[in-house]
Design a protein around this ligand. Structure first.
Ligand code: SER
Length: 388
């Protein structure tokens, strides 16, 4: 297995699925179009929902598509910087079937990509299938997937296991959903594991890292967990690009991935703070690195800082990054310079970054200046209070 850059992995994935007859589509905007249930796009399938339900005809008449989708998830924002895995921005690679191929091809191609294109060692790969849980249509175990992995793909049964709804049934509120299979990479025993003798995929420790989720989208959830069968069987897979990059580059943390580390290096060069200097400096460097990735992408998709909705998410991320800059001892706006590195690292995949470069820089600088003015005004009030 050769070390591969994040940009190379993205390209290898998309061209692999093109070779399997998939239409390569650009990432959709982070701003959901015609979907009021989401503030920001949070998975590869989110912009494609109408194709799964059959409401919209397949894109350019093609029932197979592959994308690398920009995604933002903020529920774990407080953990960003403190762990090796949490980030608010990530890229999700996916191959999709809109009523075309189903489980058998999805499993075989995922395995082929892992073992022949990425050249991951088979003895490090583990697969889970849905064990079934509860009543009704969504309660049945996925024996079909188990059989495909064991007998068609040839995964050793000791590397195959069954997990319940929390791990192996994919849904976000209302909409297309279904049982899933996940592929894990074994990083070797984790000294922090609380039950090393029984450690297996699904364990909370860092030994088995899940990097690819294959969803067999066959049901619709009406939003109250009432499931009906969709008119067509679909495939929605999501492979975390940063996670695969960690595996291919032999690093534990997403912040050590090549393109992401280049952003941290730029922050270090501007602020003088060295990565590895102390835990608190590392946390600040990682928060800035993550947040400047998300905010640069959000602004390139037309979001502006404001006090509500998406604009508020953007403002909060920018101000958190600016505050961590202050913790590193930087008094002047600096994020507007760091965003150039984000643009350079990712513009090949997202040309809108380069097209909107001047606008992105302007928006970030203005928000940094506004934030600095707010802090100065607050400090003045505090000092005046002390004098009275
Ligand atoms: N929708 C699934 C996920 O986000 C697979 O793409 O994990």
């Amino acid at each position: 297995m050769k070390p591969l850059g994040l940009n190379e992995i993205r390209e290898k994935f998309l061209s692999f699925f093109e070779s399997k007859g998939h239409l390569r589509m650009q990432s959709s905007s982070l701003v959901p179009q015609g979907d009021a249930s989401l503030l920001l796009i949070n998975s590869g399938m989110a912009p494609l929902k109408p194709y799964f339900s059959g409401e919209a005809p397949p894109p350019q008449g093609n029932r197979r598509a592959t994308t690398c989708q920009k995604c933002i998830r903020t529920p774990d924002i407080e953990r960003v910087g403190k762990t090796s895995r949490h980030g608010t921005f990530f890229e999700m690679l996916g191959n999709f079937s809109f009523g075309d191929y189903f489980k058998s091809e999805a499993c075989k191609w995922a395995w082929e990509f892992c073992t022949e294109i990425m050249e991951l060692p088979i003895d490090k790969l583990y697969v889970t299938v849905y064990a079934g849980e509860g009543d009704g249509l969504a309660g049945f175990p996925d024996e079909q997937a188990y059989d495909i992995w064991a007998n068609e793909v040839g995964v050793d049964p000791s590397h195959l296991s069954r997990l319940g709804k929390e791990d192996n049934f994919w849904e976000i509120g209302a909409g297309p959903c279904g049982p899933c299979s996940e592929i894990y990479f074994d990083r070797g025993p984790d000294p922090k594991c609380v039950d090393p003798d029984n450690c297996k995929p699904g364990c909370d420790c860092d030994r088995y890292v899940e990097f690819w989720n294959l969803v067999f989208t066959q049901f619709n959830n009406d939003g109250s967990n009432n499931y009906t069968k969709l008119n067509q069987n679909n495939i929605d897979t999501g492979m975390g690009l940063e996670r695969m990059a960690c595996i291919m580059q032999g690093v534990d943390s997403l912040f050590d991935v090549d393109t992401i580390m280049n952003i941290t290096k730029r922050v270090s060069a501007i602020t003088g703070a060295k990565y590895g200097q102390s835990e608190s400096v590392d946390v600040s460097l990682r928060v800035i690195t993550d947040h400047i990735r998300s905010t640069t992408m959000m602004i390139s998709d037309g979001i502006l800082p404001s006090n509500e909705g998406r604009g508020y998410v953007l403002r909060r991320l920018l101000r958190r990054a600016a505050r961590h800059g202050k913790l590193l001892g930087t008094d002047k706006p600096f994020l507007f310079e760091v965003c150039e590195t984000v643009i350079n690292e990712s513009k090949a995949a997202y040309p809108e970054l380069d097209e909107k470069k001047a606008h992105i820089i302007r928006v970030i600088k203005a928000e940094e200046e506004r934030f600095a003015a707010t802090i100065d005004a607050g400090m003045k009030i505090l000092l005046d209070l002390r004098r009275t």
